[in-house]
Write a protein that binds this ligand. Structure first.
Ligand SMILES: C[S@@+](CC[C@H](N)C(=O)[O-])C[C@H]1O[C@@H](n2cnc3c(N)ncnc32)[C@H](O)[C@@H]1O
Length: 210
């Protein structure tokens, strides 16, 4: 962890970071001191895409979920630098956090970019995007809410497509295939690494049925 990240954690974690053990479900309207549509990024890494989202959608209340402390520090530093007030963090495992801290139908948009960087077959059972997690995510989305994902592993893209197509409460915005990169999706650190290695990118976008 850099000194800047650790200073940011010291200065702001108590105000802007909620532990996964907090009392749930959280009343997000009162936590943000305003009523606004809720957006969630799961596994934000160093936070570039989430900070850009906060800048491009000032009318949303945004929550980043991750377990990676240096990344949380980097996000808090970026939040302070850019003077963003409508962004909070939950530190914890997204599976527990979504289950405990978010009510059914409470999220307008959820994003997961470049999860699980393990291409080996023996790691596949650990994948975050699986049937149970997609069911939970879909339950937490508002009717008409959106789930966006991206990966730079083709076999993970095929796997995600299969899992998402099998979830009856979600419909693919691009027929039965992949979406392109949407306007406003920043290149993340992990994606840039994939580009240097010559990886492709696969985006997916689903809408929660009413
Ligand atoms: C490969 S990195 C990608 C980070 C970022 N989205 C990017 O594109 O640069 C995956 C991120 O997901 C986080 N992560 C993995 N499993 C998680 C889980 N179960 N709950 C919350 N965060 C998780 C990791 O800590 C890491 O920050």
């Amino acid at each position: 962890m850099t000194r800047g990240q650790s200073r940011a954690l010291e200065a702001w974690a108590s105000d802007w970071v909620i532990p996964e053990t907090a009392q749930g479900p959280v009343d997000w309207t009162s936590r943000f001191s305003r009523r606004a549509p809720l957006g969630v990024e799961i596994g934000f890494g160093m936070g570039q895409a989430l900070l850009t989202w906060a800048e491009t959608d000032p009318g949303m209340n945004l929550v980043g979920i991750d377990v990676y402390r240096p990344g949380i520090g980097a996000l808090l530093a970026g939040r302070a630098e850019r003077d963003i007030a409508h962004l909070l963090v939950v530190e914890g495992d997204a599976r527990v956090v979504l289950d405990r801290l978010f009510a059914t139908g409470s999220i307008r948009e959820a994003r997961i970019f470049f999860p699980d960087p393990w291409p080996k077959k023996r790691h596949h059972k650990r994948r975050l995007v699986n049937a149970a997690f997609v069911r939970l995510l879909s339950d937490r989305l508002e009717p008409g809410g959106r789930l966006r994902l991206a990966t730079d592993w083709e076999d993970y893209a095929v796997w995600m497509l299969g899992v998402l197509e099998a979830e009856g409460t979600l419909s693919n915005e691009s027929g039965t295939g992949y979406a392109g990169r949407f306007a406003g999706r920043d290149i993340t650190r992990f994606e840039a690494r994939g580009q240097r290695l010559g990886h492709g990118v696969w985006d997916l976008s689903y809408i929660k049925q009413g």
